[in-house]
Design a binder for this molecule. Structure first.
Ligand code: PA5
Length: 405
């Protein structure tokens, strides 16, 4: 109910909902929004748009922040700052900009009307800020890392603001949890597909995993999945401390678009990948191809068919070509894209990743490699307590002058 209440508040007050966050705090909300809303949601005229425009600010490119401020009217905007650690530099830098602007315009007492916080109950600085300014606050449960957090308030608030039935989303996840709890691997899709990926990677050299949805609505599901798989499984050491350097490299593709970009490589290139197609049985629109040039046989054969048939045929044809050339692949089919099936899909990928971590005997839930980069950034920007790291960076080998043009 708290999620639905907050969403109601945002929907009644705002034309724009802006997420400040990065990594797991951004990719899930983007993926779900794209899956469940109009594909050109932000461009719809306001009378046709049923929910606020969504902007997810997951970069600190100055041009992007400037561009955002050009297109939103802050009077009609609610921001949701999301950070599990409460300390990520990118997110905190964005927060500094936005709070300064909001306080200057609406005073400290006005901040609550424009800013929601989602963070850990005690770690980091955001929780203190949230309490100080009495912000609507959502707590990310203990033990839920960023990339596994889409089905908690990190993702649910944005989904509810967009008008999604979050109860159906959670019901889908719950259903998948039941399926993926089965001890029989043949009846447990999460365990089965984790096992197949690991066998493909470890025994057959498939170091690359391509995720290729045949649906524009699922395009950003591949981005979300890429982070989940890469950050969870890309590890230097296993649970026993041995150096293992595990991890299959995730690659994002989109059917049919990338048939004209990557599929040549997938059919004739090296046998170093598994391709996972995602199909949709019933698209939410039906588009028929009319008769426009019946006198040109090479074009006229398309007339009378639909885009629905075309995309399905192209998916089948690509699966056939990839299989025929001996490249490993599999297909996940959603009956339709809706909150229930998206909940299922999100949960499926999360549990598959967790099982894969167990099979590899690594910790799928930490990200020491990312922490290293975060610490180096703190040192470069002079954060207190990072002097030693700064000295280490200053003494790092410079790039070879002979290769700088
Ligand atoms: O999956 C993760 O834990 C990371 O990708 C984080 O989501 C990302 O680093 C952002 O961290 P935080 O939510 O603490 O700001």
């Amino acid at each position: 109910p708290a999620v639905e209440e907050a969403a109601e508040f945002v929907r009644s007050k705002a034309d724009n909902f802006v997420i400040l966050g990065i990594g797991g705090s951004a990719l899930g909300p983007i993926a779900v929004h794209r899956a469940l809303n109009h594909l050109y949601h932000n461009d719809l005229p306001s009378e046709k748009r049923k929910s606020p425009r969504l902007f997810v600010e997951d970069n600190v490119d100055p041009e992007r922040m400037a561009a955002l401020l050009d297109v939103i009217d802050t009077d009609r905007t609610v921001f949701n700052v999301i950070t599990k650690s409460g300390s990520t530099s990118e997110t905190m830098a964005q927060l500094l900009i936005i709070t300064r602007m909001l306080i200057d315009r609406y005073g400290e007492e006005g901040l609550r009307d424009h800013l929601i916080a989602t963070t850990d109950k005690q770690k980091g600085n955001l929780i203190g800020i949230a309490k100080k300014y009495n912000l609507r606050t959502f707590i990310i449960p203990d033990g839920v890392g960023g990339r596994f957090s889409e089905l908690c308030p990190v993702g649910l608030v944005a989904a509810a603001v967009g008008g999604a039935d979050v109860r159906a989303l959670l019901a889908g996840a719950g259903y998948m949890d039941e399926l993926c709890s089965n001890a029989d691997v043949k009846r447990n899709p999460g365990l089965m597909l984790a096992l197949l990926e690991i066998i493909a990677a470890e025994k057959h050299g498939a170091n690359i995993g391509v995720l290729m949805p045949y649906a524009d609505s699922l395009k950003f599901m591949a981005d979300w999945y890429a982070q989940l798989w890469a950050e969870s499984l890309g590890k230097r050491t296993d649970n026993g401390g041995s150096v293992v350097h595990t991890g299959q490299t995730p690659v994002k593709a989109l059917g049919v678009t990338d048939q004209h970009s990557q599929v040549q490589l997938y059919t004739e290139g090296p046998f170093d990948k598994v391709i996972t197609f995602i199909g949709v049985d019933k698209y939410r629109s039906e588009v028929t191809i009319p008769h426009s040039f019946d006198d040109i046989a090479d074009v006229a054969f398309l007339s009378g068919h639909s885009f629905n048939e075309l995309i399905k045929s192209e998916q089948m044809a690509t699966e056939y070509a990839v299989t025929r050339s001996g490249h490993m692949n599999k297909t996940i089919t959603l009956p339709v894209v809706n909150p229930f099936t998206i909940g299922e899909l999100l949960y499926f990928f999360e549990i598959q990743t967790a099982y894969a971590g167990e099979l590899l005997n690594i910790n799928a839930f930490d990200q020491p490699g990312v922490e290293e980069g975060k610490n180096a950034t703190y040192a470069l920007l002079g954060k207190h307590g990072y002097d030693e790291k700064r000295r280490e960076l200053d003494s790092a080998k410079p790039k070879k002058a002979g290769y700088i043009f």
